[in-house]
Design a protein. Structure first.
Length: 297
């Protein structure tokens, strides 16, 4: 399989955007079957450059994350990236996970501090573990053989009390520790991304900064997501969601329309690519890429 850093380099040379999809490990056996035999094969037709698989809060899906990444690569031939966090693990345990990833031919890791168990409350360092994601980046780099991604926050990390520019300076330091590319948290106002990107470029950061886009599938769901992660729905989006009320089909169509317009503006501004938070669903992603004329959509 290929390093994601090389994929970014090759696509940039060809003047084409990197398109990637993110999945989460399902909680049920039925969800596993749907993801691996329906959703991923449907999205494979769009010819993604890579996929990623999340790591449950508190490291709760450690083995399952590696299993899904392994299957995406072996069964579908798509480069895949495993998320890895510092939560509930010692340095030795994290090293063991990375060695298992290496054994399975998994060469791409998204290094994150991670959410606490249950996804709520404050992060607490595990005894013998890492406190900050830059330490995880350093550890992975020292092991060699991996391409390392990390997360960026156009609106600033929700836990950073010093403001978004303090958070962005920390990202620069983290990249300097060995990260090859940045994938952003979801956002809805492209001005937030452009301000973030321009700040990082002015600070001397040259690695790709891939915007993360989520299609709105439901009003209550997206409001919950944004509240949890500190992202902001624009007033225009809020007004439209309120007007659509409980019309789930109309909300989903609006989500496709909204994400299409957002991606079109980002691509016109020369972003390195788009990372789609799929929520393990294929329909909206397919429609958005059809609208953009990307892949075989």
């Amino acid at each position: 399989m290929r390093f994601i850093r090389d994929i970014f380099r090759e696509k940039a040379a060809a003047g084409k955007p990197v398109i990637s999809f993110e999945f989460f490990p399902p909680k049920t056996a039925e969800g596993d079957v749907a993801l691996l035999t329906k959703t991923i094969p449907e999205l494979k037709r769009l010819r993604p450059d890579f996929c990623s698989v999340t790591y449950g809060a508190g490291g709760s899906t450690r083995d399952k994350t590696l299993d899904i990444v392994d299957r995406i690569q072996r069964e579908h031939g798509i480069p895949a990236m495993a998320h890895l966090t510092c939560v509930n693990a010692t340095q030795e345990e994290i090293h063991s996970v990375l060695e298992e990833a290496r054994r399975r031919g998994i060469q791409n890791i998204l290094a994150l501090r991670g959410d606490p168990p249950g996804g709520q409350g404050e992060f607490h360092k595990t005894d013998g573990g890492f406190e900050f994601s830059y330490q995880l980046v350093e550890h992975i780099r020292q092991m060699n053989g991996f391409s390392i991604g990390t997360a960026g926050f156009p609106e600033g990390h929700i836990a950073c009390t010093g403001g978004k520019r303090v958070d962005w300076d920390r990202l620069k330091a983290k990249v300097d520790c060995g990260a090859d590319f940045v994938i952003t948290q979801l956002f809805f106002d492209n001005r937030d991304y452009f301000e973030f990107r321009d700040y990082m470029r002015a600070a001397g950061m040259t690695v790709p900064i891939q915007p993360g886009i989520i299609p709105i599938l439901g009003a209550a769901q997206i409001r919950r997501f944004t509240q949890m992660c500190g992202a902001r729905l624009t007033p225009q989006i809020e007004a439209r969601l309120t007007a659509l009320g409980d019309n789930d089909e109309a909300v989903r169509e609006f989500g496709i329309e909204c994400a299409t317009a957002q991606c079109r503006e980002l691509l016109a501004a020369g972003v390195e690519g788009i990372h789609f938070y799929t929520l393990n669903k294929a329909h909206s992603i397919t429609r958005i890429l059809q609208n953009l004329g990307i892949g075989d959509a």
